[in-house]
Write a new protein. Structure first.
Length: 353
């Protein structure tokens, strides 16, 4: 298969954290008509910069997925449908988009989503190379090869896994751990009869999409009640994540880490605290890293203004616990990441003394 640009090794940019300013959706305030904080991805990065965890030259710049990349999974017919603004309005649930010329829709809505999709594909390879990776966007789990919905226009989870299977030797089994508040019916439909992919999905059983057909693909189904709180939720996540990884030994874990489980989320209907979300991510990373399984984390759904801070806090927590360690590539002396390592070591040392 041809080399895709999305798989070129990033410059010695040392953190396998993938992002681009192009992720953020901004057009004339129309994005405010969706409950989504359309700038949350940039806010996560800003919080991580404020905490001195990362700097621009220390993260991997996402690239936009091309049609050629998207056709690894999507049908040409589906991609052509996105040339109709009303179709995109339906998928993104932003009705006024229907009245915009499609070139505006492509530039202002679909390009950010294609760039996040490219970011997920890049992060898949980085995760395998470095032991972990985080795409600060992506996680479009309602989109399958021929159908979008629920703000998801491209099937980035399916794409990342198919790219790994086709282009990275030694990767032939994947586990999807989907902990967004909604059922991940897109990847479920795409991998319905594929024995190489094991799906665990924990979601509010009463909300969108309620896709009974897609549920047949779930190997470990955790159906939650309205208003589920931390203690019960974390116990279920711990039990089932451990169970899933004991039952099927994957070469990579794709972790869809939606924050729409947060108490007060208008769409999720669950009641998990910010601390509960941080703990949940820790449970997944511990389970995968302790078994030596590379983990790719995607930020997925999360529809409140305080979401970005929680995602940043979670990444800082994972770093503080050493769960993002050993993921660094060997760095050239004098490169920014060596300086970062020296700063880290100094910080660790001063906290000991």
């Amino acid at each position: 298969p041809h080399r895709t640009e999305l798989y070129e090794d990033p410059p010695s940019g040392c953190w396998p954290i993938v992002y681009s300013p192009d992720y953020n959706i901004t057009f004339m305030g129309l994005e405010k008509l969706h409950p989504f904080d359309a700038g949350k991805w940039g806010k996560v990065i800003n919080f991580l910069k404020e905490e001195k965890l990362i700097a621009d030259d220390l993260i991997v710049q996402a690239r936009e997925a091309t049609d050629e990349d998207l056709l690894v999974v999507h049908t040409r017919r589906y991609l052509n449908k996105l040339k109709w603004s009303f179709v995109v309005a339906t998928i993104t649930e932003i009705p006024p988009v229907a009245f915009l010329p499609n070139f505006v829709v492509q530039r202002k809505v679909l390009k950010p989503l294609r760039t996040q999709t490219g970011g997920t594909i890049m992060a898949g390879k980085l995760a395998v190379d470095r032991g972990w990776a985080i795409n600060v966007g992506g996680g479009f789990h309602h989109c399958s090869s021929d159908k979008g919905g629920g703000f998801c226009a491209y099937a980035d989870i399916t794409l990342a896994i198919k790219f790994l299977f086709e282009r990275v030797p030694g990767v032939s089994r994947a586990t999807i751990i989907d902990l967004d508040a909604h059922q991940g019916n897109g990847h479920e439909r795409d991998f319905m009869d594929d024995p190489r992919v094991y799906i665990m999905d924990a979601y509010n059983r009463y909300i969108y999409p309620g896709d009974g057909f897609a549920k047949r693909a779930i190997k470990r189904k955790v159906e939650l009640e309205w208003g589920t709180e931390d203690a019960e939720y974390l116990q279920k996540v711990q039990t089932h994540v451990e169970g899933a990884l004991n039952e099927f030994k994957p070469d990579v874990v794709v972790y869809n880490a939606g924050t729409d489980i947060l108490d007060g989320d208008p769409l999720g209907g669950l009641a998990i605290s910010p601390q509960g979300i941080v703990k949940r991510d820790e449970v997944v990373f511990r389970a995968a890293r302790s078994r030596g399984i590379p983990v790719l984390m995607l930020t997925s759904g999360g529809y409140q203004k305080r979401t970005a801070r929680i995602i940043a806090d979670s990444i800082l927590n994972l770093h503080g616990l050493g769960l993002l360690g050993r993921g660094r590539a060997a760095c050239a002396v004098g490169s920014p990441c060596v300086d970062q390592m020296i700063r880290d070591a100094a910080k660790d040392f001063s906290s000991l003394s």
